[in-house]
Design a protein around this ligand. Structure first.
Ligand code: G3P
Ligand code: CA
Length: 276
């Protein structure tokens, strides 16, 4: 039985029970409205330097459901957490991530650009992030430009397996990428871990494209500019969930609530859950 069918069986039971409770529900409360997963993009990137422990700790403090991290690889093979394929924008160094050794990357200051109070924040390793946060908060792992790092899928899978995170039960792990072939491989390597595909391209929203994604993906994660109610319904009817990005205003968060997406990926977790 495919992963999708197994998950589908669970979803069917949940839907059955939730439809009973919904039948007796009154106006949704603020808390109920916030059932959408609140995903802190690159950490709480609106408030702290992206992809750093400072940002991820803040996201946990703000009670995000997930942190979103971008992973790439150093010249000497360490999986590290950084968004751009160069270090220029978010550190005091220059050069391509894949041309620098871990020692060189680790010596960089990835905090000062966001504010002097963050001076000295290092680029974290993937394993540090797994060890520090698994079980405390969900982790949405984006393989950033995996085409630059052949074999990174296997390395990511090994790191998860070593920690028993390849069969997430209560520990929420999702792996996503703009590179669909990479996600197909990831699904083969980790059949029990939910896979997401990222796009901002309308051509990826046709019925055919969505059908193809649903053969290996559990999440369809578009930029909010291409989200419509119809798209959300189509994604749901194929048994996938939908998470959308990147929220940087209250209006964008409200739009995605109205669209009834399953996850909102935001630089500002408080726009999604004002209780935080
Ligand atoms: O999680 C979605 C989002 O992170 C995709 O865009 O460029 O911020 O990695 P980007
Ligand atoms: Ca990302």
């Amino acid at each position: 039985m495919s992963k999708k069918l197994l998950i589908g069986t669970g979803v069917a039971f949940s839907l059955l029970f939730s439809s009973f409770s919904q039948a007796f529900a009154e106006e949704p409360t603020v808390g109920e409205r916030k059932q959408v997963d609140n995903v802190a993009h690159r950490g709480a990137a609106g408030y702290a330097p992206e992809n750093t422990i400072a940002g991820f700790d803040l996201a946990v403090e703000m009670k995000a459901d997930y942190i979103e991290i971008d992973v790439q690889r150093s010249k000497d093979g360490e999986i590290i957490v950084i968004h751009d394929t160069t270090v220029d924008r978010t550190t005091d160094g220059t050069g391509k991530v894949g041309d620098l050794t871990f020692e060189q990357l680790r010596s960089l200051d990835a905090g000062s650009w966001k504010g002097e109070q963050f001076a000295g924040e290092p680029i974290p390793t993937f394993e540090e992030i797994l060890d520090r946060y698994h079980g405390k908060v969900g982790i949405l792992i984006e393989l950033k430009a995996p085409e630059l790092y052949p074999g990174i899928e296997k390395q990511v899978a090994e790191a998860l397996k070593e920690r028993n995170l390849d069969k997430p039960q209560n520990e929420k792990i999702i792996i996503q990428s703009f590179n669909f072939e990479s996600m197909k491989s990831m699904d083969q390597l980790l059949p029990k871990v939910p896979i997401g595909v990222l796009t901002s391209n309308l051509k990826d929203t046709t019925a055919e494209a969505l059908q193809e994604f649903s053969t290996y993906a559990d999440w369809f994660n578009p930029s909010y500019g291409i989200v419509t109610e119809e798209l959300v319904n189509q994604v749901h009817s194929l048994g996938m969930q939908i998470g959308s990005w990147t929220v940087r205003s209250q209006e964008a968060a409200d739009f995605l609530f109205d669209m009834k997406v399953d996850a909102i990926i935001t630089d500002y977790p408080d726009y999604v859950d004002p209780r935080n």
